[in-house]
Design a protein around this ligand. Structure first.
Ligand code: PMV
Length: 421
């Protein structure tokens, strides 16, 4: 049995979302894709309870569930032929919500059952996750949640080292988070949880371990959520049907996308080129990649609108993820004033889209241990929600900015750890 620290202080775990920079769709056919971590993260505050229950509060998706730890199944990982079958083992006392909350509850039951299988279950805790990532937009919100949840459960069962997050900690967190992704998505590629765990820029080829590009570059981007719902499954099937009809034509496009990704990997790793030259080359391959994806039929009028609005200001955009709606990314040159970016964002928001100014390439999962003992879930929640719903003077009017400001109620030392550059 793994030893559990009876006396423990609240801790906070954070994990980033992801954006696919290059190679979506082609990756399905064994080509390279490049993904990067977003500066938009999920934050999990974990506090001790005086009883042995486990409470999970996810205010962004309306979940507040209290689990009686002893009624949760113990899993060695071999009871189920696939993690997504966990539903049959959820205790009848738990009402499983609909929508994204459903997946979160099932994932919790699965990961708790596996990670606590050899541990003392009398450790009661409350886990509250606030996420700055929109759900279902292709920005890896479920992977950020799964990484934060896995790290939380591993920390509670004493399976992580006591300071920082070591390479072996990351490996363990990533493995469990992948199983969480299997509960959520059936057969995920594993790229989302790898980015949320390791951060930075990753090159990914199906069936191979992902390669961290160890890049020193960080990319300023504008992410535009078109708010047009997309079905990844249908879009992937559409590309497959096109390839069945015109194999040599489509294979040529997929090969070109592969070259885009390998060129991007070289650019990310380059230390010799001037920043401006790199930026110019990056803009070129962003435009080329979008064009190639559009010939595969996965663009959408809303995505083309983002491209037009940004192209009018000499900015390069591409769809990111499955396409057919969802999100687009626009590279923001380092020299561009944030006021000018605001102007573009406002124009896009005028079209009914939602924009996030963010940075790609920051750190992966982070843990701030022994956070000030006075931090309670209720207080944290009240403050983040209050700032979210009724901004204080000086807040900038954007919901994302207000939510970020709400996290400032955590001790400064914790924030520094939780948002690694
Ligand atoms: O938007 P997302 O995160 O669902 O990205 C889908 C990426 C695809 O390449 C289209 C599919 C896949 O499984 O890689």
């Amino acid at each position: 049995m793994v030893a559990v620290h009876r006396d423990w202080s609240p801790f906070v775990v954070s994990a980033p979302g992801k954006v696919i920079l290059f190679g979506e769709h082609a990756v399905v056919y064994g080509k390279a894709a490049i993904a990067g971590s977003l500066d938009m993260r999920a934050y999990a505050l974990v506090t001790p309870r005086t009883d042995s229950k486990a409470r999970m509060v996810l205010p962004d998706i309306g979940v507040d569930v209290l689990f009686d730890s002893h009624t949760l199944p113990l899993l060695s990982g071999t009871e189920l032929s696939h993690p997504s079958e966990v539903e049959a083992l959820v205790p009848s006392s738990i009402s499983i919500p609909e929508g994204p909350g459903r997946t979160a509850v099932l994932t919790f039951v699965y990961l708790y059952g596996c990670i606590f299988a050899e541990s003392d279950r009398t450790t009661g805790f409350t886990l509250c996750v606030r996420s700055l990532l929109p759900v279902g937009a292709g920005l890896g919100s479920s992977a950020a949640f799964n990484v934060a949840l896995s790290a939380t459960l591993l920390q509670l069962t004493g399976q992580l080292q006591e300071e920082g997050v070591s390479a072996s900690d990351r490996k363990l967190i990533n493995q469990w988070a992948f199983h969480g992704e299997q509960v959520a998505h059936g057969t995920p590629s594993g790229i989302d949880n790898s980015v949320a765990t390791y951060g930075g820029f990753l090159k990914y080829i199906k069936g191979e371990p992902s390669v961290n590009l160890e890049s020193t570059h960080a990319l300023r981007v504008l992410i535009t959520n078109t708010n047009v719902p997309k079905s990844t499954k249908a879009l992937v099937a559409g590309v497959r049907a096109l390839r069945d009809r015109y194999p040599s034509v489509v294979d040529g496009i997929l090969d070109s996308i592969d070259s885009v990704s390998t060129t991007a990997a070289t650019l990310f790793q380059s230390t010799s080129e001037a920043e401006e030259t790199l930026e110019q080359q990056m803009q070129d391959i962003i435009r080329i990649n979008h064009g190639l994806l559009s010939t595969l039929g996965v663009s959408h009028a809303s995505l083309e609108r983002v491209r037009e609005v940004t192209a009018a200001r000499n900015l390069a955009s591409k769809l990111t993820g499955a396409g057919g709606g969802g999100c687009a990314l626009t590279l923001i040159p380092n020299g561009m004033a944030s006021g000018d970016v605001d102007v573009v964002a406002r124009e896009l928001e005028g079209e009914g889209f939602h924009c996030y100014q963010t940075v790609v390439g920051g750190g992966g999962v982070a843990i701030a241990r022994n956070v000030d003992g006075k931090v309670t879930v209720e207080q944290w929640l009240a403050d983040t929600m209050e700032r979210h719903n009724s901004p204080a003077d000086g807040d900038d009017g954007n919901v994302y900015g207000r939510a970020v400001a709400g996290f400032a109620t955590l001790p400064a030392a914790a924030i520094a750890v939780l948002k690694p550059e």
